[in-house]
Design a protein around this ligand. Structure first.
Ligand code: NOJ
Length: 583
C-alpha cells in the first residue's frame, strides 16, 4: 500500500538536509596529541562537502573528564582544550555556512559530569541552593540494618543507578556512570539554566542539536522498584519509570519553543519507546517539541528483548521490513518525521553486524546500506567511516583494547562470575560484535601509519584498525566505483530529486519476500524504486513493477540482468531505478 505524506509535512530545511556524525576524538588529529580536534575537522570540510552531506553533528566537545567520552559535561559553555577553543567553533560554523552546510551540536541534558560546578555545589550540603538540581534520596535499610539504595534500578553501565554520598549521607541518581549524576528537571531554576545554554549556542550560530537521551529527563517521582526481568543481576532496568515520564511533554514543549524560534534542527535520542502515539506527540509537526527522534528498532534487531545487550541473539529480515513499514507509515501519515540511521558511536559497524565485511562483499554491503538509509523517508544520518565501509574491530584484539566504560564495566562484572574458558570465548565473540568501541576506532584517511589519523610517531588514544591499508579515504575519494562515491552519489540524488525522496510517498513492495527489501518513492513527476538483496546468495526477484520502463541510476555491481520483470541480483546487490512520469 502506498503511504502518502500528510499535508502537515511542509518543506523545511531540516527535512531536506542530510547529517554526518563526527566523533571528534577519532576523526582527525591535527595538533599531534593522538586525539582528534576541531582543526582536524576543519581540514576535512571539502571531504565532507564532496560526500554531499549537508549538516555536521559533532558528538560532545565540551570540557569533560571523559569518563564517558564527553557525555559527561563539566561546562556547557566552553570547548574542551583537547579539541580546540570557542574561536575554532566560530570558524567551523562560518566555514560550514560558507559551503551551504549546517552545524549541529550534541547537548547532554539528562546528566552532567560530577565535576560540573552545579554538582559540586549540590553535593556540598543539603541546604545548598542547587541541592535540588540533582536527584537526591535517603537510603533504605533492610531488616538487618544494612544500607540499601532507594530502589533497585540498574545503570546502563551495569551497576546500581544510585551512588552513596558520604558528606551529605544521601544517594544521588545516575542512569549512567556514577560520575554522570542525573539532573533534576523538576526544578524550575535548573530548567532556566538549561534553556539559557540552548540559547547560548543558537546565538553563536549553531543550527540545531542532537539531544542525548532526552526522553529520560522526567522521572516518576515515586521512584518505584523495577520489575525483575533478569535475575542474574542485583539491579534491574527501570526505564518504565523514566522513559517518556510524566512531565516529558511539558519539558519538551518549553525546549521546543526556543528551538522553533530559531527554526533549529533537533533530533532527540529516544530509546525504549514503542508507543507510536507517544512518538508522534514528540515529533508531530504541530506539536513544536522536537523535529525528529532516534527510534531504536533497527539498532536492536539482534538484541534479545528485555535482556542484556551482550546476550546472544539473531536478527530477521522480516523484522527489519516490518519496522521500516511501520515507521514510514506512522511518520508520513501522522505528520511526524523520520531520522534514518543505522550506525552511530554507540553501535557496531553495519557491514560487520548485519551484512558482510568479507573482502568480497564489504563494498557491496556498504553501498547497499547507502541505498537503504538515504532513500527511505526522513532525514538520513551517516556516521563517520560508514561512507568508507569501515568494519568492526578484528576478533583477535584483546579486551584491554576496548576502552569504553560500558564494555569495561560489563567485562568486570562478567569475569567476577568465574566463567569457564569456553564462556569467555563465547562472550568475547558477542562483545566483539556489539561493543560501542567498534564505531569509535580512529578514521582511516590514508595508508600511512595510523591511517593518517595522527602523526606516525604518536600513539592514538584508541588503536587504529589495521585494515586502513586498504580501506581508507584517499583510496576512495575521486574513484567513481568506490564506496565513498556511491554514498556521495546517493546523497546527491536525494538532493536533486527531493520531490520524491524527501516529500514523496513510500511503498514497501514484496513484503513477504525473505531476501529482498524493495520500496518505491514517488512524486508527481518521478518514480524511484530501490531493490536490495540483503542476503549472501544470488536471488531471482520477480518485481511487481514494469521494471523494463525504468532507468538504472545506481547499481553496486557492474552487471544487472533483467528478463521480463525478473531481476537477477548478486549477493548484497542493490539498485536504484528511476522512471519519469509525463505530466
Ligand atoms: C547516549 C550516548 O549516545 C552514549 O554514548 C552515552 O553513553 C549515553 N547517552 C549517556 O550520555
Amino acid at each position: 500500500m502506498k503511504i502518502v505524506p500528510s499535508e502537515k509535512i511542509q518543506p523545511v530545511w531540516w527535512r531536506e538536509t542530510s547529517v554526518y556524525q563526527i566523533y571528534p576524538a577519532s576523526f582527525k588529529d591535527e595538533n599531534g596529541d593522538g586525539f582528534g580536534d576541531l582543526q582536524g575537522i576543519l581540514s576535512k570540510l571539502d571531504y565532507l562537502k564532496g560526500l554531499n552531506v549537508e549538516s555536521i553533528w559533532l558528538s560532545p566537545i565540551y570540557p569533560s573528564p571523559l569518563k564517558d567520552m564527553g557525555y559527561d559535561v563539566s561546562n556547557y559553555k566552553e570547548i574542551d582544550s583537547r579539541y580546540g577553543s570557542l574561536q575554532d567553533i566560530n570558524v567551523l560554523a562560518k566555514e560550514l555556512h560558507k559551503r551551504g552546510m549546517k552545524l549541529v551540536m550534541d547537548l547532554v541534558l539528562n546528566h552532567t559530569s560530577d565535576q560540573h560546578d552545579w554538582f559540586k555545589e549540590s553535593r556540598s550540603s543539603k541546604t545548598n541552593s542547587k541541592r535540588d538540581w540533582y536527584i537526591w534520596r535517603p537510603a533504605k535499610y533492610n531488616k538487618d540494618g544494612k544500607r540499601l539504595p532507594p530502589n533497585n534500578w540498574r545503570s546502563y553501565f551495569d551497576t546500581s543507578a544510585w551512588e552513596w554520598d558520604e558528606t551529605t549521607q544521601e544517594y544521588f541518581l545516575h542512569l549512567w556512570a556514577p560520575e554522570q549524576p542525573d539532573i533534576n528537571w523538576e526544578s524550575p531554576e535548573l530548567r532556566k539554566a538549561i534553556y539559557d545554554i540552548v540559547r547560548y549556542w543558537l546565538d553563536r550560530g549553531v543550527d540545531g542539536f542532537r539531544l542525548d537521551v532526552i526522553n529520560m529527563i522526567s522521572k516518576n517521582q515515586e521512584f518505584p522498584d523495577a520489575l525483575v526481568t533478569d535475575d542474574r543481576y542485583d539491579y534491574q532496568m527501570g526505564y518504565k519509570y523514566y522513559a517518556n515520564g510524566p512531565r516529558i511533554h511539558e519539558y519538551l514543549k518549553e525546549l521546543g519553543q526556543i528551538l522553533h524560534e530559531y527554526n533549529a534542527f533537533s533530533v532527540g535520542e529516544m530509546p525504549h519507546v514503542e508507543d507510536t502515539d507517544e512518538v508522534l506527540r514528540v515529533v508531530g509537526a504541530d506539536r513544536r517539541e522536537l523535529t525528529m527522534i532516534f527510534q531504536f528498532d533497527l539498532v536492536s534487531l539482534d538484541l534479545v528483548p528485555g535482556k542484556h545487550k551482550y546476550v546472544e541473539g539473531t536478527w530477521k529480515l522480516s523484522d527489519l521490513k516490518k519496522s521500516v513499514k511501520k515507521w514510514q507509515s506512522i511518520y508520513l501519515t501522522g505528520g511526524g518525521w523520520n531520522a534514518s540511521f543505522i550506525e552511530n558511536h554507540d553501535q557496531p559497524r553495519t557491514v560487520s553486524r548485519y551484512l558482510s565485511d568479507s573482502p568480497e562483499h564489504r563494498a557491496h554491503s556498504s553501498k547497499l546500506m547507502a541505498l537503504f538509509i538515504v532513500f527511505q523517508g526522513g532525514t538520513p544520518f551517516v556516521y563517520q567511516g560508514q561512507e568508507l565501509a569501515l568494519a568492526n574491530i578484528p576478533r583477535d584484539w584483546s579486551i584491554s583494547e576496548y576502552v569504553d566504560v560500558e564494555t569495561q564495566n560489563f567485562w568486570k562484572l562478567f569475569m567476577s562470575g568465574n566463567p569457564t574458558q569456553e564462556e569467555i570465548q563465547k562472550t568475547m565473540d558477542i562483545v566483539n560484535m556489539r561493543a560501542r568501541d567498534n564505531g569509535r576506532t580512529p578514521m582511516h584517511w590514508d595508508s600511512s601509519p595510523n591511517g593518517g589519523f595522527c602523526p606516525k610517531d604518536v600513539k592514538p588514544w584508541m588503536r587504529v584498525t589495521e585494515d586502513f591499508n586498504e580501506w581508507n579515504a584517499s583510496s576512495q575519494v575521486g574513484k567513481p566505483d568506490s564506496v565513498y562515491s556511491f554514498w556521495s552519489a546517493s546523497l546527491g540524488y536525494r538532493k536533486a530529486m527531493k520531490d520524491a525522496v524527501v516529500y514523496g510517498s513510500f511503498e514497501l513492495l514484496s513484503e513477504e519476500d525473505p531476501s529482498i527489501v524493495a520500496f518505491v518513492r514517488e512524486s508527481n513527476s518521478t518514480v524511484l524504486a530501490v531493490i536490495l538483496n540483503f542476503t549472501d546468495k544470488s536471488v531471482s526477484y520477480e518485481c511487481p513493477l514494469q521494471i523494463g520502463g525504468f532507468q538504472v541510476l545506481l547499481n553496486n555491481y557492474e552487471d544487472l540482468v533483467i528478463k521480463e520483470n525478473v531481476i537477477h541480483l548478486n549477493p548484497y546487490q542493490g539498485v536504484l531505478f528511476k522512471k519519469s512520469l509525463s505530466t
